[in-house]
Design a protein around this ligand. Sequence first.
Ligand code: FMN
Length: 315
Amino acid sequence: MTVATKPTEIDPRALRRALGNFATGVTIITAKGTDGTRVGVTASSFNSLSLDPPLILWSSKKDARSCAIFETASHFAVNILAADQLEMSNHFARQQEDKFAGVDWQEGIGGAPIFPNCAGRFQCETYDKLEGGDHWIFVGKVVDFDDFGRSPLCFHQGSYAMVYSHPDTFPGVEKEKPQNDDWGRTGNHAFFLMLRAVRAYQERYQPKIETLDLSLIEARILLMLNDLSGMAADELVQLLHTPMAEARAALGTLENRGFVVSQDGGYSLTDEGQHKASRCWAVAEAHAQETFAPFSDAEVEGFTTMLRKLIDPDT
Ligand SMILES: Cc1cc2nc3c(=O)[nH]c(=O)nc-3n(C[C@H](O)[C@H](O)[C@H](O)COP(=O)(O)O)c2cc1C
């Protein structure tokens, strides 16, 4: 076997494009310098490194304006951005005098700014700084962290993206399929078929809704209030077909996130809630279109009429 010895000429632009195949999350790394200057940089180079001791790393361009501060700061914080924090990512990727003006932040350990509404946060002591070509690799020892579990913002091939579960990982949908075409007695009964169809439909729909950082029940509340504003909690809970405690918890979350307000015993959407509800409708309608694509318009109409008649025979 011959081994090629001539090194390949590396085209930096092509290399950058090829590296872009590796999808990452997006973070904002922050620190406070010894002179009190606060810096924050959008970075996708963050990664976990060690559990014992608890270490993480990221790399900064040596010629970045903020780099000198990171080189001397005793601490830094990693803020993992959630899917709805795209504007924050763009903001901290732009050079500007005071990136923190008009931004909601708190002072973390060692003065490093930390942000609310992230997916997760790691507050670190600067542990090591390693040479990495035109970058410095910073290693941090985690001294505190928060896990908010929100759907993360991703970056792939130079564009922002979101997490969407792989369809092959929905075990429930597989279970709905009959073995050897034998549907069995329940599989020939309309009631069981409807239950199984709703479950299969929902299992494919759920990961799409989760990309909006909403649970199924939260999305359902937004869609309903978009249609029927001013509904009382009890009415809403009844229409949701969910356990009372779960529906009330979801309403509380939507209220805390500023999507829903309660007034005179009725719930309605805020402007932000209306915007989120429109995005839910877009996902819901695209999913229905995709699901019913194999059927003709007449078949879909017949199916819809049949469902309405089952709900109310006088329709
Ligand atoms: C999605 C994304 C990821 C980035 N990742 C990094 C990174 O890992 N390291 C880095 O030095 N710059 C990264 N940048 C670029 C910096 O955010 C940008 O150069 C910023 O202006 C640096 O801030 P400063 O000029 O205040 O130092 C990234 C930008 C974007 C949009």
